[in-house]
Design a protein around this ligand. Structure first.
Ligand code: BYC
Length: 315
């Protein structure tokens, strides 16, 4: 088939809201943008295990520990589905990890903030997982089939993560004055970075227009950020906690909450590697990768042995 016809078929598929599958022809830019976004998403899940993983040995009860273990394991699972989805576009997991370790692929800004108290685990569940769901539910309708399908399961699990965070925060908020203060302090620290998770403002988002035209993005960064703010305000009231923004006010005309100015300089600094924990996160990730080398080698040797045995048997 000639190139013009391939492009026309692809355009028609996107226009009819169809799904692109790995064997279909696709423009090189579409493939590259998906690899960029899915790899970044996968890396976020894997690096995202660190801030909460730090609390597994210090969880305040067996119940909380079991929940946290399950959550962190889910995140590893999400990373693996997402690496598999990205591999269908022609880049191996090994290559993606090498690019992450070399600082040439990104992970979400949010995981460069510290978790000094137990309430941070709860605040991450409520706010970070809440923001992740708001961003990711529309991705279940993304035009690339393997990514859209991976997102369905991921969103179900994120929903459990958000609920456990909310429930844990509610318990802390209704606990002793010290627990309440700890919950409020964690919310104060995680609120603004959570709003940054949605990416730069629409006027300053170089990838949005093309990703929207390709059916990868269904809503803009600012639209999803607004949706998240609108969801969080009544939830904060139920929690008995305040959101650290004096400009947060209901705007009846718009039918949305207005909110204050986000510090985009901080966001850019985090993206440049200068957030509070960037260096630590990458160092821990590199160490984990090198510590796991023997497992990968053993798995490859075992697979090769099994394959050789199967060939001998078939002969
Ligand atoms: N952090 O043109 P834009 C989770 C980059 S949740 C770092 O708007 P795009 C989890 C962007 O990559 C987190 N970088 O980009 C939850 C671009 O740079 P490049 C993961 C960011 O792609 C709980 C530049 O800024 N979720 O995993 O159209 C526990 C300009 O931005 C960020 C996802 O990855 C950021 N926050 O839109 C554990 C969701 N924001 O690449 C784990 C999937 C922007 O051109 N991703 N940048 O060098 C998306 O939906 C989109 O990629 C974004 C950005 C909305 C994030």
């Amino acid at each position: 088939m000639d190139a013009t016809r391939q492009q026309a078929d692809f355009d028609a598929l996107i226009a009819s809201d169809g799904r692109v599958e790995p064997r279909d022809w696709m423009p090189e830019g579409y493939r590259k943008t998906l690899i960029r976004q899915i790899a970044q998403h996968a890396h976020s899940e894997i690096i995202g295990m660190q801030p909460e993983g730090n609390w597994i040995t210090r969880a305040p009860s067996l119940r909380r520990k079991a929940i946290l273990l399950a959550k962190v394991q889910d995140e590893a699972g999400h990373g693996l589905y997402l690496y598999s989805a990205a591999e269908t576009l022609g880049m191996s997991r090994e290559e993606m990890l090498d690019l992450l370790h070399a600082g040439r692929q990104r992970y979400s800004s949010i995981f460069n903030y510290p978790t000094p108290t137990w309430a941070d685990v709860a605040a991450i569940g409520w706010l970070v997982d809440g923001a992740a769901i708001t961003n990711q539910v529309p991705l279940t309708r993304c035009s690339y089939g393997p990514y859209a399908r991976a997102m369905i399961r991921i969103c179900k699990e994120e929903s459990f993560h958000q609920r456990q965070g909310f429930e844990s925060l509610l318990q802390l908020s209704n606990g002793t004055p010290e627990q309440h203060e700890m919950a409020q302090d964690a919310v104060n620290r995680w609120w603004w970075p959570s709003l940054m998770m949605f990416g730069p403002p629409d006027d300053d988002s170089p990838n949005s227009a093309q990703s929207t035209a390709w059916g990868i993005k269904r809503f803009s960064n600012d639209e999803l950020r607004q949706r998240f703010v609108d969801i969080c305000v009544p939830q904060a009231e139920t929690l008995g906690l305040t959101l650290p923004d004096p400009d947060l006010v209901w705007n009846a005309e718009r039918g949305h909450y207005d909110y204050g100015v986000i510090d985009w300089t901080e966001f850019q600094q985090v993206l440049k590697g200068n957030g509070p924990c960037n260096r630590q996160r990458i160092a821990v990730r590199r160490q984990a990768h090198s510590d796991g080398a023997w497992v990968r080698e053993a798995a490859a040797a075992y697979a090769a042995k099994k394959q050789a045995a199967a060939v001998t048997e078939a002969a």
